[in-house]
Ligand binder design. Structure first.
Ligand SMILES: [Zn+2]
Length: 460
């Protein structure tokens, strides 16, 4: 009798296993915040992943019944959410972290950063810095980042090695820099870069004219055309400070937004970083051309640039993502801090405690950032058919106790260090805080060794 029962049970189990779909990875047991259009939250939930894609999001029992996973990640007592999207940074600038603080943008750039870069930017610095930045991003839950820097091909290689997703913009700037003597050189370099990486699964190549005040009209127009010709993003620093507004008024008798419109710069592939000093008409221009905005609250506060009118952008329907900006003006790449500061800065600057709620901040760091990049069909939420870019976050810290509201905790008490797992394109880059794709001691030792050279170069 017993033997018959055992045989029957085994037959049922094996039948169940046969009908279950084989998938590569299941993340199971945590509170799953999907960031889909209905803001669905599963308590608890599970995410089934096959290859690079999410195939299902459902309660744990349903996922266990439908799928057989090669690898399972237990996310109990954690929150599972879409990987964070950092819409504006300069990854290798982690090498200038803490080199010059407490300055306004113009002094900071012209007296410290541009001279330091002139002496030290090299393929080696870019490679070493990007590895350090990638390590920090993986450790703090960023899965996609937008970059603009020099030797962008070195950044692309380091990003692919680390397994992150990157929208990587080759910088175009009017004066001679380490990787280009003229804007024409920089444009040619950008075109080569686009051709080399345009079919890569992780890298989206882009063109990054630095700003209106560092490029002339011809260069700005050529940059926009290059982006249009290849259908790739065009990234620019935009209306960051009052100085920039004054310059545009003096030189063109227009706001930066109106001037860039007048030369045919804007298009649906443009991403405008900062957008602090804008009029209602400027916001209407950005909306008309479907421009995305990268809001960088920490950098804007540290350089005393101002407070971007985030609530106005959002109510006008302009997609807004969050960015850390480079680590030299922040001074880290922690997107949890960016969420918190975005919320606090909006409340303070509008004197409205309801401005940029926890939910709005989380939206900007995930699906909003994806929309600003026009990548929301691929990333930004946990839904079947999207790329499997997700993180799990511990909720066990003293400062996270007790837990009433997961979204509140993510924005108001969580830090990058609370991230336990980082998955990009279905690949586990970090599990239980151990990064798999980069060797942490090697990356940190290389950065420290290079910092000695940077210190020596800037003190000369
Ligand atoms: Zn920037």
């Amino acid at each position: 009798m017993n033997r018959v029962l055992i045989v029957c049970a085994a037959a049922i189990l094996s039948l169940g296993a046969q009908t279950r779909r084989q998938v590569s990875l299941v993340v199971i047991g945590g509170t799953v915040i999907t960031e889909n259009t209905t803001h669905r939250i599963l308590t608890p939930g599970a995410v089934a992943i096959d290859g690079a894609d999410i195939v299902d999001v459902d309660p744990p029992a349903a996922i266990a019944a439908k799928y057989q996973a090669a690898e399972t990640i237990d996310a109990r007592a954690q929150i599972v959410l879409p990987g964070l999207v950092n819409t504006h940074t300069h990854a290798p600038m982690v090498m200038y972290r803490g080199l010059a603080d407490d300055l306004a943008l113009r002094d900071w750039l012209e007296k410290y950063i541009f001279p330091a870069e002139a002496k030290t930017v090299s393929p080696e610095l870019v490679r070493t810095g990007t590895r350090l930045a990638a390590l920090e991003m993986i450790e703090s839950g960023t899965t996609t980042f937008v970059d603009m820097y020099y030797f962008e091909e070195e950044i692309a290689k380091a990003v692919i090695e680390a397994g992150l997703r990157g929208v990587l913009g080759q910088t175009i700037i009017q004066f001679p820099v380490a990787d280009a003597r003229t804007p024409a050189d920089a444009l040619a370099r950008a075109e080569r870069f686009i051709k080399e990486f345009k079919d890569n699964g992780l890298v989206v190549p882009a063109v990054a004219p630095h700003a209106l005040y560092t490029n002339d009209r011809t260069t700005l127009v050529a940059s926009a055309e290059l982006g249009r010709n290849y259908g790739v993003p065009v990234i620019i620093h935009f209306s960051e400070t009052e100085d920039e507004i004054k310059l545009a008024r003096d030189q063109y008798r227009m706001t930066p937004a109106a001037y860039l419109e007048s030369i045919g710069f804007w298009g649906p592939n443009t991403l405008a970083a900062h957008g602090v000093w804008v009029t209602d008409d400027d916001i209407a221009i950005l909306k008309r051309y479907a421009v995305g905005v990268a809001h960088n609250p920490e950098s804007n506060m540290k350089l005393a640039s101002g407070a971007a009118p985030v609530t106005k952008y959002l109510s006008a329907g302009v997609p807004v993502g969050l960015g850390t900006d480079g680590a030299a003006s922040n001074n880290d790449l922690d997107m949890f801090e960016a969420m918190r500061q975005a919320s606090f800065l909006a409340k303070l600057s509008t004197r409205d405690p309801a401005a940029v709620s926890a939910q709005t901040a989380l939206d900007m760091a995930t699906i909003g950032g994806a929309r600003a990049l026009h990548m929301d069909r691929l990333i930004g939420s946990l839904e079947a058919g999207k790329r499997a870019d997700l993180i799990t976050v511990s909720m066990s810290a003293t400062r996270q106790t007790p837990l009433y509201d997961a979204v509140s905790h993510l924005v108001y008490t969580t830090r990058g260090d609370d991230v336990r797992t980082t998955i990009v394109n279905g690949k586990v880059l970090m599990k239980d805080r151990r990064v798999r794709t980069l060797d942490r001691p090697t990356v940190i030792a290389a950065a420290n060794a290079l910092a000695t050279k940077v210190r020596a170069a800037v003190s000369r």
